[in-house]
Design a protein around this ligand. Structure first.
Ligand SMILES: CC(C)(COP(=O)(O)OP(=O)(O)OC[C@H]1O[C@@H](n2cnc3c(N)ncnc32)[C@H](O)[C@@H]1O)[C@@H](O)C(=O)NCCC(=O)NCCS
Ligand SMILES: Nc1ncnc2c1ncn2[C@@H]1O[C@H](COP(=O)(O)OP(=O)(O)OP(=O)(O)O)[C@@H](O)[C@H]1O
Length: 205
């Protein structure tokens, strides 16, 4: 990377269970960069904004002094207005925190977020990868990864339907990657993409 050229910011988005975190990890590993996991930033925001969250959703969402994400998730994934109320509370802090990490980067950064577009984080990305997989594969992955019930997994995917029912559009090069095969196959696809984008030399992966 030449002097004065800032390291790239690559966005990874797509619905729950598509394989964003897996792809984000692969990109970061191949480029020697770091991942900003926006779900994790959201989890921190529940501590930072706890007072306001409890004022809106009641003491019923608190377990042992902290917001219980499973309980809050049951409310907000089933109700668009409740979800938007939560987003109005936590998104401003989350956006600031993500921007702080992106601005402070010393190497390539991968922003891993289902809500990349909705939160306006695509604006800081040089390239975006949209990860895709059939809905039943995603349900199965969420059940297996998180121990969620099928009903709970389906509720999350329904809540995200509007976000991914149309092609993802932003001002930078966007690539759709289908994640239905093996992890090895996925990694090869990601390496090929990074070569094509000029971030990786052929044969390095
Ligand atoms: C609702 C909460 C408490 C549920 O926590 P839980 O640990 O059970 O689920 P997790 O955070 O792993 O999310 C599960 C899936 O839903 C997605 N998701 C989270 N919030 C939202 C939302 N508001 N709209 C659509 N999808 C969402 C996540 O990206 C992930 O794909 C938590 O997700 C939350 O506080 N969300 C609001 C903050 C936010 O917007 N996070 C997403 C950033 S990409
Ligand atoms: N090609 C694959 N082969 C095997 N397992 C996979 C594959 N892709 C993803 N998985 C597994 O499926 C689960 C979901 O993947 P991942 O966490 O990357 O999805 P995500 O899109 O980040 O989901 P979320 O938005 O819910 O965080 C993980 O346990 C991951 O290891």
């Amino acid at each position: 990377m030449g002097e004065g050229v800032r390291p790239p910011v690559i966005g990874v988005t797509g619905p729950a269970g598509a394989g964003k975190s897996l792809v984000a990890g692969m990109v970061a590993e191949l480029l020697g960069g770091e991942v900003v996991d926006v779900d994790e930033v959201g989890h921190k925001a529940l501590d930072v904004c706890r007072g306001e969250v409890v004022r809106i959703f009641g003491e019923g969402v608190v377990r042992e002094g902290r917001v219980d994400r499973r309980v809050l998730g049951r409310v907000v994934f089933a109700d668009r207005e409740a979800r938007e109320r939560l987003e109005r509370v936590v998104h401003p802090w989350m956006r600031e925190e993500v921007m702080r990490r992106v601005e402070g980067r010393r190497g390539p950064v991968v922003v891993d977020a289902a809500l990349l577009g909705r939160m306006g984080l695509d604006a800081v990305c040089d390239r975006v990868v949209v990860v895709r997989a059939p809905w039943w594969v995603r349900v199965w992955r969420l059940v297996r990864r998180d121990g969620r019930s099928v009903r709970e997994a389906v509720r999350i995917l329904r809540a995200q339907h509007a976000l991914f029912s149309q092609p993802f559009s932003c001002g930078v090069d966007t690539e759709y990657v289908s994640n239905v095969g093996s992890k090895r196959h996925l990694r090869d696809k990601i390496a090929t993409l990074l070569v094509r984008w000029g971030y990786l030399r052929e044969g390095v992966s």
